[in-house]
Structure formats: C-alpha cells, structure tokens
Design a protein around this ligand. Structure first.
Ligand code: GLV
Ligand code: GLV
Length: 335
C-alpha cells in the first residue's frame, strides 16, 4: 500500500479494517493529549490522519509537512482544526455532520430532564444508603419541564432536532441564532426567533448548541447568567469555553440558577472543581453523540472521508463532508 493513515485514538475494528483495505493504518492503544511537537512528528509520517477534538491541528503542527493530504475529524464541531492553515497547506479537512444530529439532540433532553428532576443527585443519595424511611413529601422537589419555555441558543441541525422534541413536552420554543431560520423551518420546529437578551430572560430552560469560535468564547458568562431565571436549567452540549464555568458554578452554588446539565467543559478532560462539588450540576464526559449506532456511523464517515480524500472508493476525490473544497480546486484536477 502506497499511502498511510494515522488514527489518533482507538476506533471500531471493522472501521479500521475498511481503511486497511486501501491504506497502511497506524493505530494508537489509547487517546492521549499530545503536544504540538508530538502531533507534528506523527503527521510528518503519513498521508492522512483521523483525529479528534483533543488533537489541535494548526499551522505549527503542519509546518514543513509536504506529505499530508487529508485530516478527517471525528466530530461535527471542528474548532480543533485551524481550517485556514489546513487550506493554505493544501490539506483536505472533513468532519462528521448529520449522522450524530438525532442522537445528540436526544442527549440534550437526557441532561435537561436529569438536571431539572435531580436524577443524578437522588441516585447518589440512594446509593449512599440514605433512603431509610422518613422521607418528606417536600423532599427532592425539582422544576417542571413540560409546558415551560425552552430556549435554544444556536439553531443548526442539532438545535432544530432539540426543538422538534419539545413538541411532545408541550413547550414554547424560542431560539437565538446569528441568522433567522427560513419561516417554513421555524414553523416546523414551532420556534420563534428572539434576541439574546430576550432568550436569557424568557427561557425556563436553556440549551446551548452553538459552535465554538472566538466570538462565542464565554457567550454565557456572569452577566448572561444574571439575566436568567433562578428556576432555570442550563444545558451545554456544545463546547467548553462557551460557558464561563467558574461563573456558572457560582450561580449554581448561590441559587441564582436551579441546575445545569453539562457534557462539555473548559479545558476538558479536567473539570472545574467548583462544578464537581455541586449537587445541582449533572456532569458527563462529552458523550452526547455516544450511542452505539451513532459512534459507529461517525467513525465510518470519518474513514469514508479519509479514503475519498486520498483517492479511494466510490467517492474518490470527493469526500462526502469536505470543509475546504477550495483545496480541490487548488490541486488543479489532481485528486
Ligand atoms: C462532538 O463534540 C462533536 O462535535 O461531534
Ligand atoms: C452543529 O452544531 C449542527 O448544527 O449540526
């Protein structure tokens, strides 16, 4: 085999096998946070790499690399990729949209319901052997979800899928997004556009689904939290860094927010110690897309993108989820 692909973390064996039909595959026994120097060295030796959120691919790690042709990201969000740098280096970049939309929307609801109804906290209490009779009728009171106003910040495919599920809970849905959705889509999602201030003030529960970029850093900080209802639940399935975790922990501790359901964190895999101490925070290790079917589909899509980018398979030369089509033009027909 003339080309080789580095896979930065363990993947499903059958997906690796599909790659190995065409290319030499280099695997890793576990996911680790690699330094830019380590990444630089790994990428220098291969034609393609399948990477994840913890692999930051920027101009530095690409410097001097004349061989690399493709990076396939395992995830829809690709803030770990410096796209202009990849494009400038002539490297094709892909992500995994669509296949995770419904599963990720399901998980937003899992976190919202768990946080609103205190599921994790109650379970910790039960497992600790503290349910011994004498429980009060007014213990474990949560906040309702049905019939309330659901706010969605970021109304891409996942945000829309979250909105559609709200119909079953009889909720009013408001959303904020840089651009308004076409009226037909708003109608189908039964969602009404509001500005950010109104979203914060009116939401009984707020789900964050916006992509991370420099403008969205701390989009939810102390100021924004101060405008939310003290009975509200905040759910973050987007990216760490969109929420100021220290400010959120303070709001949760001081009862200025009822609860939070968080799948992503600033500086993950480390999680702010103040959040870890809070009973009213439901915390999970970035698993919103982790159903068996969906993780398999994401891995296969990343592999298909890689093979297509390197010129193999049915869509040779045309990766299904290409982020920088300019690179194809720049190669002057070479695929
Ligand atoms: C996961 O966070 C993704 O972007 O797919
Ligand atoms: C990503 O956030 C999407 O809209 O699919």
């Amino acid at each position: 085999k003339s080309q080789s692909v580095w896979v930065s973390r363990p993947l499903f064996p059958e997906v690796l096998a599909s790659l190995a039909q065409y290319v030499d595959v280099r695997t890793e026994a576990k996911e680790t946070k690699r330094t830019p120097e380590q990444l630089h060295k790994k990428l220098a030796e291969v034609d393609g790499a399948i990477v994840g959120l913890s692999d930051r691919i920027d101009a530095g790690v690409l410097a001097g690399n004349r061989r690399l042709r493709a990076i396939a990201n395992l995830g829809v969000g690709y803030n770990n990729l410096d796209l202009p740098a990849l494009t400038a280096a002539g490297v094709l970049a892909t992500n995994t949209p669509d296949v995770l939309t419904q599963t990720t929307a399901d998980y937003a609801w899992a976190l919202l319901l768990a946080a609103a109804r205190r599921v994790s906290s109650a379970e910790r209490w039960l497992r600790a052997g503290r349910w011994r009779g004498g429980m009060r009728f007014d213990d474990w009171l949560g906040v309702d979800v049905h019939g309330k106003t659901l706010g969605i910040f970021g109304m891409g495919r996942i945000g829309q899928a979250v909105a559609r599920r709200a119909i079953g809970f009889d909720m009013h849905v408001i959303y904020h997004n840089r651009s308004r959705l076409p009226e037909a889509v708003e109608h189908e999602c039964r969602a009404i556009w509001v500005d950010k201030a109104e979203l914060l003030q009116r939401s009984d529960h707020l789900v964050l689904v916006l992509p991370y970029n420099a403008q969205n850093h701390h989009a939810i900080g102390a100021d924004e939290l101060a405008h939310m209802k003290p009975t509200a639940v905040l759910v973050n399935i987007a990216r760490g860094g969109i929420v100021d975790d220290a400010a959120l922990a303070a709001a949760l501790r001081e009862g200025r927010l009822a609860a939070a359901g968080l799948d992503v964190f600033e500086g993950e895999p480390s999680v702010h110690s103040a959040l870890r101490e809070l009973e009213n925070a439901v915390l999970s290790p970035h698993i919103a897309s982790a159903s068996a079917d969906t993780r398999r589909a994401m891995a296969q899509l990343a592999a298909d993108n890689m093979l297509a980018a390197l010129g193999y398979g049915p869509s040779a030369g045309h990766p299904p989820s290409l982020l920088n089509p300019q690179v194809l033009g720049g190669r002057g027909g070479e695929t």
